[in-house]
Design a binder for this molecule. Sequence first.
Ligand code: DAH
Length: 344
Amino acid sequence: MKERLLELKEEALRKVEEAEDTKSLQDIRVSYLGKKGPITEMLRGMGKLSAEERPVIGQLANDVREEIANALDAKMKKLEDIALERRMAEETIDVTLPGRPVEVGGPHLLTSILEEIEDLFIGMGFEIKEGPEVETDYYNFEALNLPKGHPARDMQDSFYITEELLLRTHTSPVQARTMGAKDGSEPVKMICPGKVYRRDTDDATHSHQFTQVEGLLVDENVRMSDLKGVLNKFAKQMFGSDREIRLRPSFFPFTEPSVEMDISCKMCNGAGCSVCKGTGWIEILGAGMVHPNVLRMAGYDPETYSGFAFGMGPERIAMLKYGIDDIRHFYTNDIRFLKQYHKV
Ligand code: DAH
């Protein structure tokens, strides 16, 4: 038995010596020291030994086990050290490599266009106003001469929250809010940029959420020619001094008379092409003289005060200015699209 134990020890130590990876060490541990290993087996058969032999062999078996276990531990540590050293050598950082360039962002095209529009109107003496995106039915419709049941409400499919609350369908309620906050005699000269919402199905020209810029000027003796002058200046600054404008009669419940403004097509210079659908003109915005009912509801006497208002869609303006063919580009955040409009 003694010889067998010493033999096993030699055999195990040799295998440990030869082992090249931690997996083989595990296998050696299991096969020599495990519950089903030869040493455990032998210890089980110790009952057959004489009383003198038993402690001697028992002691030897324990020493052999310990020696194998120590050899396994030492080899394991050695292999781990080698692996660590190899990794350290392989993973050294080359500090001379050039760094990865950091991408520099820029404002979203819509932000830039909104700022450009704001700057143009600030230059003409307009103030910037804001209003809530969750709006009351009163401000979004009624105060704009669109009483409940008015057929023109259907022009703007709405997201209602309750019967009296909705996501504003246009920035026009800010007209009523701004006038209402004054005492009925102070002049108003403001624009209001902001988000609006409509229950539309998204496609190349529709988005359920988009932006508008509203404009309102109220004072004594405001005339349609004032509106035309302001819009003409805006169009030329935004699209180029060679653009012409024209006002076409239209209908909005909150203005009377109402107009739509077109600019001459840049592509064909008014001759007619596919962009302007052969007309030579491209529609830009809606406008008109503030309806007497709207003035009255906001506390202004239409006998003394008059005003003009307009509303435009910055997405449309950017699309025309930069030849963008799909409104969804503004909202899908494809960095390749957005990058083209970063000013350096
Ligand atoms: N609120 C209108 C819309 O969303 C746009 C508009 C038209 C605004 C004429 C105005 C205006 O202030 O005078 O379709």
